[in-house]
Design a protein around this ligand. Structure first.
Ligand code: SF4
Length: 399
């Protein structure tokens, strides 16, 4: 018998593995290496979303009943409006962007930028922040003492202001950035969210009220200093860098003791944090805890939700579109709009989906998992639990 795979059912087939996902109920059905898998290679399915189950086989049709519709009924019902293929709708499709802008034509492309981070200098300082800048938003230090020109920052913000919602500032040492006061003064003119990420040893730095203060705390802080900092309330948020289980336990205890609300933990991938990183691993239950719409699925299929819209500009003028990515251009030599155009045209880190990341490219969950993170790129492996493989004939509720 012929069945129409309902337009609201998402189908992902990789080699002989298949997942059917009902975007209305969140139910899913997975199988591999099975006679059913082959039905999804058939041109009838590819062109018309129709599969032919063996006549009288109620087993599959019952299992799949909320994803299929009896095709004979559709054919005889002229008034029924049949949608053969799911209508996927996403405004940010790279193909659409590129076809709209057939060649680089100026600043229109900047509307895809939403967040920018400036690294003011890379001065190595007495408190020596280790270079975790490929994993999390921390200052990047070097012995070269680069410094980002104030006029470049101002020009850049002026260009992108109508589009961005957030600007971050970082520095090896804010106190050694000679134009810091002028920068604060210039920032008053801009209406977007502005955050200064300050190492706790510079937390006595004066900043105007319109700028948010995120204090970076690493394990060089003593308990006395941390208590003093928390009690001072001279911050909007605290960011704890976690390099060991011990760090995590100490910070958690103090956060609870002082009832700190606005904080985040940033675990770092090191040999000492293996067990912590393991605790970040996600299971199939975690993935399918949320119900996915077609737009959610298509977004994950098309772009990287962690990276899309972000640009990082370093003190030597170089820039990246993800913390762990490669340089994409120097703003002293290339217009930001050209950097963004190339990012979209060449579909680089903003478009790093699981379908482009091994071994996720061979996994039928690759349109459901969270986008590839900087951690996973650095470890060169996914953060899901090992042996997370679909079962044969597994049907479950998505919620
Ligand atoms: S291998 Fe990749 S796509 Fe598959 S479950 Fe793990 S993270 Fe998700």
């Amino acid at each position: 018998m012929n069945y129409l795979v309902q337009p609201y059912t998402f189908v992902n087939k990789i080699d002989d593995k298949v997942i059917l996902y009902n975007t209305i109920t969140g139910n899913k059905f997975e199988f591999y290496n099975n006679e059913l898998s082959k039905l999804f290679d058939n041109s009838n399915f590819i062109n018309r979303r129709i599969i032919s189950l063996p006549y009288g086989n109620a087993h599959y049709s019952n299992l799949l009943k909320d994803m299929l519709e009896d095709f004979a009924i559709i054919e005889t019902n002229n008034s029924k409006n049949v949608t053969w293929k799911p209508i996927l709708n996403i405004q940010e499709s790279p193909e659409k962007i590129i076809s709209n802008i057939s060649e680089y034509d100026g600043i229109g492309i900047l509307k895809y930028l939403s967040e920018i981070s400036f690294f003011l200098n890379d001065i190595e300082n007495d408190f020596r922040i280790e270079d975790y800048s490929k994993q999390i938003l921390t200052p990047k230090t070097s012995s070269k003492n680069h410094q980002l020109r104030l006029c470049t920052i101002k020009k850049t913000i002026n260009n992108i202001l109508p589009y961005i919602s957030k600007v971050n500032f970082l520095a090896g040492s804010f106190k050694n950035y000679p134009e810091f006061i002028q920068l604060m003064y210039i920032l008053r003119q801009f209406d977007c969210k502005q955050i200064i990420h300050i190492h706790y040893k510079e937390s006595d730095l004066k900043t105007p009220k319109h700028v948010e203060r995120n204090i970076i705390i690493d394990n060089t802080i003593s308990e006395v200093e941390l208590n003093k900092l928390i009690v001072s309330k001279e911050y909007n948020s605290l960011n704890f860098i976690i390099t060991s289980q011990e760090d995590f336990e100490t910070y958690s205890r103090l956060i609870e003791l002082h009832d700190v609300c606005n904080f985040s933990f940033s675990p770092i991938v090191t040999d000492a944090t293996c067990s912590l990183i393991k605790s970040m691993e996600f299971s199939a239950d975690d993935i399918f805890e949320t119900k996915f719409t077609f737009n959610d699925i298509y977004t994950k299929q098309t772009l990287n939700e962690n990276n899309f819209g972000k640009l990082f500009i370093y003190s030597d003028g170089s820039s990246k579109t993800s913390l762990s990515g490669k340089d994409v251009g120097n703003i002293y030599e290339t217009e930001i709009s050209k950097i963004i155009y190339d990012e979209i045209a060449e579909q680089r880190d903003w478009f790093l989906t699981r379908r482009k990341f091994k071994p996720c490219n061979k996994c039928i969950y690759n349109n459901f998992c969270p986008s590839v993170s900087d951690y996973e790129r650095l470890m060169n492996k996914p953060l899901c639990m090992r042996k997370l493989q679909p079962l044969t004939f597994c049907i479950s509720n998505g919620r």
